[in-house]
Write a protein that binds this ligand. Sequence first.
Ligand SMILES: [Zn+2]
Length: 111
Amino acid sequence: MTKQKQIDIGLNIEAPKEVCVDKHCPFHGGYKVHGRTLEGDVTRDVTNKTANIEFTRILPLTKFERFEKRISRIKAHVPPCILVKKGNLVKIAEGRKISKTKNFVVVEVKK
Ligand SMILES: [Zn+2]
């Protein structure tokens, strides 16, 4: 009998129950994540394994002693083992570049 291998990508995130064969999957494909992890909302339906993620960040303006709100949009890869829908709050992790505009991958669905 073999013990089931614990998949640890170094972010304290449980691996999804489904198994996929995507080579850009951080859990099953050997894709290594490193760098930043961000959280944001999915603003579009997932097409072609790509999700559009949007989040706001607050920037201080010292001259005017106020804060500025900025919206960032990032494209992230969605592996087939993670089910992502429009409106979800997801966690994304940075990794090696997947395509021209993608160097993030969805690792967790929060809501
Ligand atoms: Zn997978």
